[in-house]
Design a protein around this ligand. Structure first.
Ligand SMILES: Nc1nc2c(ncn2[C@@H]2O[C@H](COP(=O)(O)OP(=O)(O)O)[C@@H](O)[C@H]2O)c(=O)[nH]1
Ligand SMILES: [Mg+2]
Length: 298
C-alpha cells in the first residue's frame, strides 16, 4: 500500500465525519451566522482548537462574503483553500547541508523509529548520515537504535548506559565534521515524569550543537503521535519552551487519526509538519504535503 492510500485510509474517519456534518449543515442552513457557528463546532469536533477554528471560520466568511458564494461546493473549496494556506504559512525551507536533526518528544511517540526512517530517507536522497544515540537512559534504547542503524546501513555514535547525552552529541558532531557527513540525526529520551531533568538535558544538547557546529543547519523536531488529539498542542508548548522547536514529525498516521490539531500547531505555534509516519517500516515516512493532507480530511 502506498503512502497516500495509507494516509487517506487513516484519515477516512475524519473525512467521513467532516463531509457528513458539512452536508447536513448545508441542507439545513443558508450562509449566515448560524451556519458559521456550526462550521466552527464541526472543526472543533475534529480536534481543531477553539482559537484556530475561529480563525479558520473568519477567513472562510470573509472570502465567501467577498465572492458572494452560496453553494456547497464553493464554500467547501474555500474552506479547503483556507486550511491549506494555514499549513503553508508556517512551512519551513528544506534543510541545507550539513545539518543536524534532533528529535524530541515523550515516550512511545516513535522517536527512535523515526530516526531510522529519516536515515533511510536521507540516504535515498544520496546524503551521508550518522545517527546519535542520545537516549542513554536505558541500554535498550541504544540497542534499538543500533538495529535501525544496521538496517539503514548508517553509522551510529553511542556511549554506555547512563552516560551524558550531550557527550554523545559532541562525539557525533565531531565525527560528522571530520568525515564531512551531510546529516546527523539525534535520538533523545522522552521520560516526561522527570520533566525538569529532561528539559535541562535537552537544553544542554541544544547548546552543544550550536556551539560546536554553528555552520550546520540545526532542526529541532517534535515527534507527535497523530492519535494524541488536542493534548498535542500542550506537548508542543512544553518542548518549544525548552528548545525552540522548528517543526513536527507526525507519526502513526496509519492509526485512527483526527489530525485537526496540526492546524492549531501551525496557526498558534507556527510549527509546520515536515514529515509524516504511516507505519512501522523503514520506508513508512514521507515529507509532509499540506494539500494532500487537506484533501484527505475534507
Ligand atoms: N503504526 C505505526 N507505529 C509506529 C509509527 N512510528 C512508530 N511506531 C511504533 O511506536 C512504538 C514506539 O516507537 P519508538 O520509536 O520506540 O518510540 P520512542 O519511545 O519515541 O522512541 C513502536 O512500536 C513503533 O513501531 C508509525 O508511523 N506508525
Ligand atoms: Mg526511543
Amino acid at each position: 500500500m502506498g503512502i497516500f492510500s495509507k494516509l487517506f485510509g487513516a484519515l477516512k474517519k475524519t473525512k467521513d465525519n467532516f463531509s457528513t456534518k458539512l452536508r447536513l449543515l448545508f441542507a439545513k442552513n443558508k450562509l449566515g451566522n448560524e451556519f458559521y457557528e456550526e462550521l466552527e463546532e464541526i472543526l472543533i469536533s475534529a480536534d481543531v482548537s477553539v482559537a484556530t477554528a475561529e480563525e479558520v471560520v473568519e477567513r472562510v466568511k470573509e472570502r465567501a462574503i467577498a465572492e458572494k458564494l452560496k453553494d456547497e461546493a464553493y464554500v467547501t473549496g474555500i474552506l479547503r483553500g483556507v486550511l491549506v494556506e494555514m499549513l503553508q504559512e508556517s512551512e519551513v525551507e528544506p534543510p541545507s547541508y550539513p545539518c543536524v536533526i534532533m528529535l524530541v518528544g515523550v515516550n512511545g511517540v516513535g522517536k527512535t523509529t523515526t530516526v531510522g526512517k529519516l536515515a533511510h530517507y536521507f540516504l535515498s536522497q544520496k546524503k551521508t548520515v550518522t545517527v546519535a544515540a542520545a537516549d542513554t537512559f536505558r541500554a535498550a534504547a541504544s540497542e534499538q537504535l543500533s538495529v535501525w542503524a544496521d538496517r539503514a546501513k548508517v553509522r551510529i555514535v553511542k556511549h554506555e548506559e547512563g552516560s551524558d547525552p550531550s557527550a554523545v552529541i559532541f562525539d557525533a558532531v565531531s565525527s560528522a565534521k571530520a568525515k564531512k557527513t551531510d546529516v546527523v540525526i539525534v535520538d533523545t529520551a522522552g521520560r516526561l515524569h522527570v520533566k525538569d531533568n529532561l528539559m535541562n538535558e535537552l537544553r544542554k544538547m541544544d547548546r552543544v550543537v550550536q556551539r560546536e557546529y554553528p555552520e550546520a543547519d540545526f532542526l529541532k523536531l517534535l515527534v507527535l503521535d497523530a492519535t494524541t488529539g488536542q493534548n498535542a498542542v500542550n506537548q508542543a508548548r512544553v518542548f518549544d519552551e525548552a528548545v525552540e522547536l522548528d517543526g513536527i514529525v507526525l507519526t502513526k498516521l496509519d492509526g485512527t487519526a483526527k489530525g485537526g490539531f496540526i492546524f492549531s500547531l501551525a496557526s498558534e505555534l507556527s510549527l509546520p509538519v515536515l514529515f509524516a509516519g504511516v507505519g512501522e517500516k523503514m520506508d513508512d515516512l514521507e515529507p509532509f504535503d499540506a494539500e494532500s493532507f487537506v484533501e484527505a480530511i475534507l
